[in-house]
Design a protein around this ligand. Sequence first.
Ligand SMILES: [Zn+2]
Length: 123
Amino acid sequence: MHELAIADSVVNIACAHAGGRRVTAVELKVGHLRQVVPSALEFAFGRVAEGTELEGARLVLHTVPAAGRCRGCGADTPLPEFPLRCARCGGFDVEVLQGEELLVDSLEIEEPLVTNGGLRSGD
Ligand SMILES: [Zn+2]
């Protein structure tokens, strides 16, 4: 199940950036060609995040459409599905220019120093 491996690396990256602070949301850019199943990734993320700074964080997925350039006819072509082929000439010799992304785009981190109205208990 490759969503589990992806969730694992997302949590690792996010934890490294959070530096012990609590993360409330993670935005992820996922290329279409990664063939990630969003619901499976969300599920895996929830499991992997348990017990870390990311527990309970929202996972926001942004899918990057796949596109490339045909080496045969030189056309820029969308690559909506496998097998990858040029929409103009039908050739399979296509260079992928985007759609293989898998990166943490941004993190929403809870800032413990900000008091936002009436939340001061104890002290
Ligand atoms: Zn072509």
